[in-house]
Design a protein around this ligand. Structure first.
Ligand SMILES: [Mg+2]
Ligand SMILES: [Zn+2]
Length: 175
């Protein structure tokens, strides 16, 4: 299960990089717990161009992610791995979504089957990265979802939030 971070797991506030700014989207922790119980590996992938822009450092992002791991452990949930792209839009890297670099790297690192994976996100670039990697995209209307929706490829599955996405994925697994 590939998940975008800002606007999908935590409330989009623009360049979130400290625990004080972190606010869970309602139902997100429960959705993670349910994915954990289903046996999904959870990989969070985010574009963090705030690093390239000089707003904060990679170490701040690492510290925030370590804090999120601790928070989740207290609530009986876990993320298996975090990946982030530190580059800016003009840097021409292979990791900034909609490029599939982070998904491909995670699949190699963790031995994931991309054809049996999903990617949930609130940006057209999340959908683009998923499609480029051969992963099934699910778009959510939290975060920038409402503004991004017109940019989606036709036929993209749209859900209210990660809770609904979780329910939908569980149904598809069962039926
Ligand atoms: Mg996002
Ligand atoms: Zn990058």
């Amino acid at each position: 299960m590939f998940l975008d971070r800002d606007g999908t797991l935590n409330v989009e506030k623009g360049y979130v990089h400290s625990p004080e700014e972190w606010e869970w989207i309602p139902g997100a922790v429960e959705a993670l717990r349910r994915f954990n119980r289903r046996g999904f590996k959870i990989v969070v992938l985010s574009n963090q161009s705030g690093i390239a822009r000089g707003y904060f450092g990679a170490a701040d992002v690492e510290r925030l992610h370590a804090w999120v791991v601790d928070e989740l452990a207290r609530r009986d949930a876990k993320v298996d791995a975090f990946y982030f792209c530190p580059h800016g839009p003009g840097d021409g890297c292979e990791c900034r979504k909609p490029k599939p670099g982070m998904l491909l790297r995670a699949a190699r690192d963790l031995g994931l089957d991309l054809s049996r994976s999903w990617m949930i996100g609130d940006h057209a670039s999340d959908v683009g990265a998923a499609r480029a990697a051969g992963v099934k995209p699910l778009f959510v209307l939290t975060g920038h979802g409402a503004e991004e929706r017109p940019r989606l490829p036709e036929g993209t599955v749209v859900m209210a939030d990660i809770s609904e996405a979780c329910e939908r994925i569980e149904k598809d697994l069962i039926y």
